[in-house]
Design a protein around this ligand. Sequence first.
Ligand code: G3P
Length: 217
Amino acid sequence: MKIFIDSADVKELQTLAQTGLVDGVTTNPSLVAKAGGNIFDGLRAICAAIPGPVSAEVVAADYETMLAEGRKLRTVASNIAVKVPLTPDGLRACATLSKEGHPVNVTLCFSAVQALLAAKAGATFISPFLGRLDDGGQDGMELVREIRAIYDNYGFKTQVLAASIRTTLHVRDAALAGADCATIPPAIFKALYKHHLTDAGLESFGKDWRATGQSIL
Ligand code: G3P
């Protein structure tokens, strides 16, 4: 499963890129607002730090303006993927942009039939929002499983990008469900490394080693 980081914080992304484990980035208007600064400067820096796809979202609601915004965002760097919302205009823009050769991430997906439409519109990625479904008392992960099954039934190439991830268990379950990618907030990504038995094991190995009085270097 590809690991994307869900953030527009340039410094944080530059640091996380050093792990060698980051395959891409997703941003959205809220994340850009939170990071502050100019959207184009931020995207340029992120695209330079991380060679994988960096999703940049249109903010217009109508087809023509979405197309213009999408084409402009794509001039920032060759690894930009245009993010469009799952609306009739968004899917129409998705089809046009995809035909022009632009990678498109269809966002704000909350149902399997929406995901079916996105695949038919030629989306490169579909972003089901797990956490927001869970927040509303639904099973977000079930949506990922449904989309996986539908895409496999028909051989759709659209990649399932599990989004709105809130916990490390979401990451595990998305991988078990066969999501192609998960976009993970920085704090959850860092938590993926953690296990108390790793810490305890490291401490006892260190104690035993120090007692030998030896040095490897
Ligand atoms: O990138 C969009 C998505 O991951 C948003 O997550 O936490 O705002 O529901 P969240």
